[in-house]
Design a protein around this ligand. Structure first.
Ligand code: NAD
Length: 307
């Protein structure tokens, strides 16, 4: 342990981690395994306890985390929660030691910019660093990590972030990583919704969904839903990809709001948002995002499953 710690750059020697959910827990665990001493916080005690059992230290609030370490990572559900944890009375901003806050959550560029400005006024640099690749990617350390921050800081943080995935420098302006992430998730949301429609269309007319996936994956319709989500989560009726419908709906909504502010027309994506809004309402925000196919199953009376 001593030897490993001495190789770690000073800036990132001690790390705080707030938000130990489906993504946060495996990312934090990888950092512990890489030798980083971690101090953690989550409103859910059971998540904190699981990481303490792996060697992390627990803190009582985001401010307490930020009073113990110079670098704090966040992995939280949505912009209002990130804002509260970053800027609230007991938030990161109230910490006495913190210099850098790295947000791994998906919040959109507008929130990232607002939070960065408020933190900068208190001498804290915000890094937006949203991730893509799902729970499986978080466990394996194969996430796409989309970083926006000053270049010199990026050079300091990259060795640490490499433990959670492939790190991309997107730009220096706050929010650039978030814009990249929303573009990525708009495609993922669209592929999932469109694949649900295509597969239900085929099943309703008598095709086998497993054969359909094989053909699509050998052909030009191939995408992450046809390659992974449908064969592994829908056809098996597991619906356990690990990404909540509510979070996917949030990402699509944020993307369209930001596109509108930029004056970018989003014709296809407007329909995609409508389908995710229905999934969020009818299946529940906590349902797995792969359950979106059930909207079409209900409308058509078919079930997409392996024979
Ligand atoms: P999650 O709901 O599983 O985890 C969020 C965690 O934040 C929970 O443990 C919750 O208790 C904690 N939390 C909520 N409010 C808090 C507060 N005030 N203080 C401290 N902790 C608090 O969500 P997730 O799936 O891990 O996603 C986290 C972020 O990563 C989201 O922004 C999501 O959009 C993004 N993301 C998720 C995936 C995925 O596949 N799940 C993939 C890429 C990005």
């Amino acid at each position: 342990m001593e030897k490993l710690s001495s190789k770690i750059p000073f800036m990132t020697k001690q790390i705080g981690f707030i938000g130990l959910g489906r993504m946060g827990t495996p990312m934090a665990a990888r950092l512990i395994d890489a030798g980083y001493p971690l101090i953690v916080y989550d409103v859910r005690k059971e998540c904190v306890e699981a990481l303490v059992a792996k060697g992390a230290r627990a803190a009582v609030s985001p401010a307490a985390v930020a009073s113990s370490v110079d670098t704090v990572l966040l992995s939280l559900p949505d912009p209002p929660i990130v804002r509260r944890v970053a800027l609230g009375a007991d938030g990161v901003i109230a910490g006495s030691k913190v210099r850098t806050m790295i947000d791994l959550s998906t919040t959109g560029a507008t929130a990232a910019r607002e939070i960065a400005a408020a933190l900068a006024a208190n001498g804290i640099t915000a890094v937006d660093s949203p991730v893509s690749g799902g729970v499986a990617g978080a466990v394996k350390g194969t996430l796409a990590v989309m970083v926006a921050c000053p270049k010199a800081l990026y050079a300091e943080l990259e060795p640490m972030l490499k433990h959670i995935g492939r790190v991309f420098f997107i730009g220096e302006r706050p929010g650039m990583g978030q814009t990249m992430k929303l573009a990525n998730n708009l495609l993922s949301a669209t592929a999932t919704a469109a694949t649900a429609e295509a597969i239900v269309f085929g099943v309703k007319s008598g095709l086998d969904p497993a054969v359909m996936c094989d053909v699509i994956n050998a052909g030009s319709g191939r995408n992450t839903a046809s390659q992974d989500k449908f064969p592994n989560q829908v056809l098996t009726r597991q619906f356990n990809q690990g990404f909540a419908t509510g979070l996917m709906y949030k990402d699509v909504r944020l993307c369209l709001e930001e596109a509108q502010a930029l004056g970018v027309p989003m014709t296809v994506s407007t329909g995609v948002r409508a389908l995710w809004a229905r999934a969020n309402e009818e299946l529940g925000a906590g349902s797995d995002m792969t359950a979106i196919v059930q909207l079409l199953e209900r409308a058509t009376g078919v079930e997409v499953k392996s024979k």
